[in-house]
Design a protein around this ligand. Structure first.
Ligand code: SF4
Ligand code: FES
Length: 245
């Protein structure tokens, strides 16, 4: 076990843990946007930064990536931490002024408006380029249908497809995981409509052969048939009708 100190309290941690995971287990609040247990951390948003003192030297680190080390002293809410976090949230606010999640986080930090100029991208949505959607698509779903492309101000989440060759299965994991609501998903009868920051695609839904309800995207059902090895007949009924059998 590794001994560390957070905000004056001593903790023992597994060597594989990050500072964020130890703090969260202890109920110590550190804001995060791009962290989830579902995928490997990437350190994109930097809002989780904390101050770490190691061998007499203090520096700011992203807590979701920083591994625990024997004897480190962590401060999650020093004036220096709060000041830099405020600057980060102001930059995010300038990029995504209409994102409710960003606005709420900013308000919690006492920030109601940004000192920075609105980015051009601000007109097109709420994406903070955290990459959670692309990572969940590749690491959890295994589809790798969307990706972050380009550099600098042209960086964006690339739409999965407008052609039959796409590997998007319309599962909607990207929409569920997105921390800012930049991706939306609506099930409207026979269609699932997913809107990414730069475009919208409709997906055909599969219909239950008994009750007629549209219960899952056709592409997702095909994916499940292929990956499970089950017969297509197993997917003829919706979950409700299956329970009745
Ligand atoms: S769409 Fe959402 S999850 Fe994907 S990069 Fe943008 S903010 Fe992150
Ligand atoms: S939560 Fe750590 S960098 Fe985003």
């Amino acid at each position: 076990m590794v001994k560390i100190n957070i905000n004056g309290r001593d903790f023992e941690a597994e060597p594989c843990q990050t500072v964020l995971s130890v703090a969260q287990s202890a109920g110590i609040d550190i804001p995060t946007l791009c962290h989830t247990e579902a995928v490997a951390d990437y350190g994109a948003c930097r809002i989780c930064l904390v101050e770490v003192e190691r061998r007499g030297r203090k520096r700011l680190v992203t807590s979701c990536l920083y591994p625990v080390e024997e004897g480190i002293k962590v401060t999650t809410d020093s004036e220096r931490v709060k000041k830099v976090r405020k600057t980060i949230i102001e930059l995010l606010l300038a990029r995504c002024p209409d994102s409710q999640a960003i606005r709420e986080m900013a308000e919690n930090m006492g920030v109601t408006e940004s000192r920075f100029a609105l980015e051009e991208k601000a007109e097109t949505g709420s994406c903070i380029l955290c990459g959670l959607c692309t990572r969940v698509c590749s690491e959890v779903v295994g589809a790798s249908a969307i990706s972050l492309v380009n550099r600098g101000t042209a960086r964006e989440v690339a739409l999965p497809f407008y052609d039959e060759a796409s590997s998007c299965i319309a599962c909607g994991s990207c929409a569920y995981i997105c921390p800012t609501g930049a991706i939306s998903l609506v099930d409207a009868g026979s269609k699932r409509i997913i809107s990414w920051p730069n475009g919208t695609v409709d997906f055909q839904m599969k219909q239950c052969t008994r009750c007629g309800s549209h219960y899952a995207p056709v592409r997702q059902v095909e994916y499940m048939i292929e990956s499970s090895g089950l017969s297509p007949t197993e997917f003829e009924l919706c979950p409700d009708c299956r329970k009745l059998d």
